[in-house]
Design a protein around this ligand. Structure first.
Ligand SMILES: Nc1nc2c(c(=O)[nH]1)N[C@H]1C(S)=C(S)[C@@H](COP(=O)(O)O)O[C@H]1N2
Ligand SMILES: [Mo]
Length: 169
């Protein structure tokens, strides 16, 4: 019974291509979803949500830096995608985001505080992070580049085991 399945796949593709309803141009994930965005976003791929697998996230423009951190013994190299770039990619329009970890820790960040940093790191020292190592995703700043990145507020926004970002209008 492959014909009905193919037919529905074509309909789904048409729906995405014509941008019907709130559905934007975001492709479907083909692997495990590691990041979900919800709330005030324009480009979705599953209902009202934007689901990203590892490759979809890695395909956005990347940034890498090496920094000392309060969590690591040695300078650590982080690479990933600026949080703001991910938000722009899904057409986020809001005042705040809530970064929610898979252990249910969550922290609000005002949109106006986002710029080149933080990034959503998907690699530490050149390798993906396991959940045990604060992965799969970790919001990080180049802490040792500026005193303003060495505050309790910035540390509290450094959400590890990130899985979900909610955009508040
Ligand atoms: N997933 C997750 N990320 C988190 C936290 C947490 O409990 N869970 N704690 C936050 C807070 S409040 C701070 S100050 C920093 C440092 O936390 P630590 O001192 O417990 O390492 O990590 C932040 N990121
Ligand atoms: Mo904290």
């Amino acid at each position: 019974m492959t014909v009905p399945i193919r037919a529905s796949a074509v309909l789904l593709a048409l729906g995405v291509a014509t941008g019907s309803a709130a559905n934007g141009t975001l492709p479907m994930p083909t692997d495990t979803v590691i990041l979900t965005l919800s709330g005030s976003i324009q480009h979705t791929n599953v209902g009202d949500l934007a689901h990203f697998d590892r490759d979809m996230l890695a395909g956005l423009p990347r940034v890498e830096f090496t920094t000392e951190t309060i969590w690591t013994e040695e300078a650590t190299t982080f690479s990933g995608v600026p949080l703001l770039a991910v938000l722009k990619h899904v057409g986020a329009q809001g005042s705040h985001i809530v970064a929610i970890a898979i252990n249910d820790y969550s922290m609000e960040i005002p949109m106006e505080d986002l710029g080149d940093y933080p990034i959503i790191a998907d690699q530490v020292n050149g390798a993906p992070m396991s959940v045990r190592d604060k992965g799969p995703l970790w919001i990080v700043y180049p802490y040792d580049q500026d005193d303003s990145f060495q505050t309790e507020v910035i540390y509290s926004r450094s959400v590890w085991q990130l899985g979900h970002i909610r955009v508040l209008p």
